[in-house]
Ligand binder design. Structure first.
Ligand SMILES: Nc1ncnc2c1ncn2[C@@H]1O[C@H](COP(=O)(O)OP(=O)(O)O)[C@@H](O)[C@H]1O
Ligand SMILES: [Mg+2]
Length: 666
């Protein structure tokens, strides 16, 4: 790394490579299935590690067991050198098999900085995703080996890192916090906390983020660290694990010249001094960046035009009849020759012919066939130490989630203000409704309105925040950072802890302003129902957002679901008057159970009276809450029945949400 002393270097070369060993396989599923053409298009699944080691890498491998790779660290110092990545006769086609995205690709690289270049659409990302077992929507086949042995996604997670083109990070965490959480979640359980922190500090210095380590990462909407720093942070997160192999998709896109150069220097040093094979795709690098590459692979229309040392490419082109003009960036030259200047038929044909001429001079490297026998679990494989336990993952993810919630102060503040304002508004509109017949007419509307209010707002807040976080989670999962279940449990705990406060505050304001029955027990039940109502609504929203995947779709579907819950909420059409054929929809409405629950709570034991003007023929029509319960048909269920149904709904929605998070991808 820049500014690194010789001492540093030697200490690293002696360092047992604990770091690269952790990316243990997390969850079961498909492996390296289809094709991901954009970086974000990831197949997040992985395989059971034991299987992984046996698995064939034919682009589509699969496995279903759900077991952590939990082998003691022994012989770890043997895992020191850079990975040799080789591939033979790779072919990638579109999902329908009609379009060939990459063909006849052979290559080998070890401990060097390899850049994959080519005009856009040449198949660079396809090749890299194939090598990284991250094809999501296309099909691939061929042999790909690490150290001469076939590998698959699960194995790769343990030895390699992948930096995507678009970096997704939590905007509210600082650089240092981001790295710390990554370290706590991904570094081996056996490594001490201090060592993990030390490792974070080391990486921060190495990658040049010292000056901004306490700056929030930020996002498009919130100012934070710069684009180059973000990119470096993404690389740093992978470096924590000391990968033997690092993939980067267009790491320099969107960066200015100097920033891109700094980043590439870091990558080159990584290959030269840190025993890491670096493979990146890059589009039109500047001369200085080009000079940093050790190896170059040039692709055109899915075929390799050149693969070899970067400093020989100019001679290679010259031999084929395309000498590089003086004062021209060789990177521009090698691409210009094979790219049509204009999209006329003639230009396109000429570019194709040029590429063909150059390709004819290129001899693919000889790549040994992988041994037929399956990868054995050898001593090196045993060097993968166990990752942090499920419980410690939950703990760190919980801390991170809490930090994220607390940092999003504006949202919390808005929610606080909203709760107070609505509490006061409802409380004053229905101020002290009393026990007269007139007050009684208002009682059910205010109870219903309260349920709607608690149900809708919490759901809306969640629907906006969850889908964006979902992408980060999918990505972290793709790199094997943690169990989805650990994330889910942590997230639920953090969210509930914060969200419990608002219904409580709301209840305190509304209950006494409206003047419901002054009874501690009844107030307590009221609060419980407010909590349950809000929790059911957020569970429903969570479920919808994990299945809908995007905010746009979620906010289209959620109001529909909420509207149905409201319509069948037991107010507009009391349970006693509901047509039988709609009773199932009615049964699904969480609003109905919240409303019925608080209505039963409030009406039971309520004594009502009439003012003289309210008497009908000298008789007071309604004298007790029980009468209302009967006439509305609320007595089909008890308070506890309502609470149990809501709890069951919360559990049901949350289990479904987990299923969505775990299995619905993209
Ligand atoms: N799933 C797919 N189905 C059909 N065509 C695809 C698919 N994925 C990618 N392609 C096409 O394959 C070509 C190579 O894509 P890609 O590897 O992303 O190129 P690069 O990264 O070099 O710009 C492009 O022309 C792209 O449009
Ligand atoms: Mg690309």
């Amino acid at each position: 790394m820049q500014g690194q002393t010789d001492d540093d270097r030697s200490s690293h070369s002696n360092d047992p490579r604990w770091g690269d060993l952790e990316m243990a396989d997390m969850e079961s599923g498909r492996t390296g299935g289809g094709s991901s053409i954009e970086g974000s298009d990831v197949d997040e699944s992985s395989m059971n590690s034991t299987k992984a080691l046996k698995g064939k890498t034919k682009g589509n491998t699969s496995g279903t067991e759900d077991e952590a790779y939990d082998v003691d660290m022994e012989g770890d110092d043997e895992y020191g050198d850079a990975a040799e990545l080789s591939w033979k006769d790779l072919k990638v086609t579109s999902p329908d098999g009609k379009k060939v995205l990459l063909s006849e690709a052979c290559g080998r690289v070890k401990g060097r900085f390899l850049a994959i270049m080519g005009p856009s659409g040449a198949g660079k990302t396809s090749l890299m995703n194939m090598l990284a077992c991250r094809l999501a929507k296309a099909k691939g086949k061929g042999d790909q080996m690490v150290d001469g042995q076939k590998y698959n996604r699960s194995f790769l997670k343990k030895v390699s890192g992948y930096v995507m083109q678009d970096d997704l990070l939590f905007p509210d965490l600082t650089v240092k916090e981001t790295l710390r959480y990554a370290a706590f979640l991904r570094l081996p359980a056996k490594m001490s906390r201090d060592d993990k922190l030390k490792r974070v500090d080391e990486v921060i210095v190495k990658i040049g983020l010292e000056h901004c380590k306490n700056t929030p990462v930020g996002s498009a909407l919130k100012k934070g660290i710069s684009g180059g720093e973000r990119k470096r942070l993404c690389v740093a997160m992978e470096l924590l694990m000391k990968p033997r192999l690092l993939f980067l998709d267009e790491p320099t896109s969107g960066l200015d010249g100097i920033t891109a150069l700094t980043l590439c220097r870091i990558l080159r040093d990584l290959a030269h001094t840190e025993n890491c094979t670096v493979v990146c795709t890059i589009h039109q690098p500047a001369t200085q960046i080009f000079n940093l590459f050790d190896d170059l692979m040039i692709l055109k229309s899915g075929k390799i035009v050149y693969h070899g040392p970067a400093d020989e490419v100019v001679n290679h082109y010259a031999e084929a009849g395309f000498p590089c003009p003086m004062h021209t960036n060789p990177a521009d030259h090698v691409l210009d020759v094979i790219s049509p200047a204009k999209f006329t038929e003639e230009e396109i044909r000429e570019a194709d012919e040029n590429a063909e001429k150059i390709r004819l001079l290129y001899t693919p490297p000889h790549v040994e066939d992988p041994p037929e026998k399956k990868r054995k679990k050898d001593k090196k494989d045993k060097a993968f130490p166990s990752r942090p336990s499920w419980f410690s993952q939950v703990w760190y993810l919980f801390l991170r989630a809490m930090q994220n919630v607390m940092r999003a102060r504006m949202v919390l503040f808005a929610q606080l203000v909203q709760t107070i304002i609505f509490g006061i508004l409802i409380g004053t509109v229905f101020l002290d409704i009393g026990r007269t017949q007139d007050g009684q007419r208002k009682r059910l509307p205010v109870l219903f309105f309260i349920c709607i209010n608690q149900g809708v707002f919490s759901a809306l807040i969640l629907i906006n925040s969850f889908p964006s976080e979902r992408l980060i989670v999918l990505r972290e999962r793709a790199s094997g950072a943690y169990y989805v279940s650990a994330y889910y449990v942590a997230k639920m705990m953090a969210e509930m802890l914060v969200q419990m406060f608002f219904p409580l505050l709301f209840s305190c304001i509304v209950y006494f302003l409206v003047g419901f029955q002054h009874d501690a027990g009844k107030f307590f039940i009221f609060v419980c129902f407010m909590e349950l109502c809000s929790l059911t609504a957020t569970s429903l929203a969570l479920m919808i957002s994990t299945f809908c995947r995007t905010v746009t779709l979620s906010i289209t579907i959620l109001p529909l679901a909420l509207e149905i819950c409201r319509l069948y909420g037991g107010f507009f059409l009391p349970p006693s008057k509901l047509p039988a054929y709609f009773s199932w929809l009615d049964a699904l409405s969480f609003v109905k159970y919240s409303f019925t629950g608080i209505a039963l709570n409030e009406l039971t034991g309520l004594e009502l009276y009439c003012t003289p003007s309210e008497l009908v023929n000298g008789v007071c029509p309604i004298t007790s809450g029980e009468q209302v319960i009967k006439s509305q048909g609320f007595d089909y269920i008890t308070i506890w029945g309502c609470a149990l149904v809501l709890i069951a709904m919360i559990i049901f929605f949350r289990i479904l949400a987990f299923v969505g998070l775990r299995w619905v991808k993209g």
